[in-house]
Design a protein around this ligand. Structure first.
Ligand SMILES: [Zn+2]
Length: 127
C-alpha cells in the first residue's frame, strides 16, 4: 500500500469525478511465473511391453494432432505400478537446427524432425 491517508482512500474508493472507476482488484505486484511442465498419466491394458509401447505411441501421436501444445517428445511409458521405470517413447535426438527427432525410440536410419518433409539427419542406414 502506497499511502494510508484518508484523502488517498477517498480518492481511491470513489475515483475522481469524470474518471473511470478504480479497479476492484489491484494488479499483481510480481510478474506472473513462466509456465511449468506437467505430466499426465493414462492407464490402459496391453498383452506385454511391446504391445503397450505400440499403443502408447499411438495415443501420443493422436493427442499431439488434437492438441499441438502437447510435447510429444516428452512422452514416456511405464508399468502402472512402477512409474520410476518410465522409458521414452520417442527418439528426441537433437538435429542441426535444434529440432528434435520425432521417430520412436531406437528407430533405425536417419532421425526426422516433426512434420511432413521435415529435415532428416544422422548416420542413416549404417547402424
Ligand atoms: Zn531419431
Amino acid at each position: 500500500m502506497r499511502d494510508n491517508r484518508a484523502t488517498y482512500w477517498r480518492r481511491w474508493m470513489t475515483g475522481t469525478p469524470g474518471a473511470p472507476r478504480p479497479p476492484l482488484v489491484a494488479p499483481p505486484r510480481r510478474p506472473s511465473r513462466p509456465d511449468r511442465h506437467f505430466t499426465v498419466h493414462l492407464g490402459f491394458v496391453a498383452a506385454d511391453l511391446v504391445a503397450a509401447r505400440e499403443v502408447a505411441v499411438g495415443y501420443a501421436e493422436a493427442l499431439s494432432v488434437l492438441r499441438p501444445e502437447l510435447m510429444i517428445g516428452a512422452s514416456a511409458l511405464s508399468p502402472a505400478d512402477a512409474w520410476q521405470r518410465a522409458e521414452r517413447l520417442f527418439c528426441g535426438a537433437v538435429g542441426p537446427d535444434s529440432e528434435r527427432c520425432v521417430d520412436v525410440a531406437g528407430h533405425p536410419g536417419f532421425h526426422h524432425g516433426p512434420g511432413p518433409g521435415a529435415l532428416g539427419w544422422g548416420d542413416g542406414d549404417r547402424g
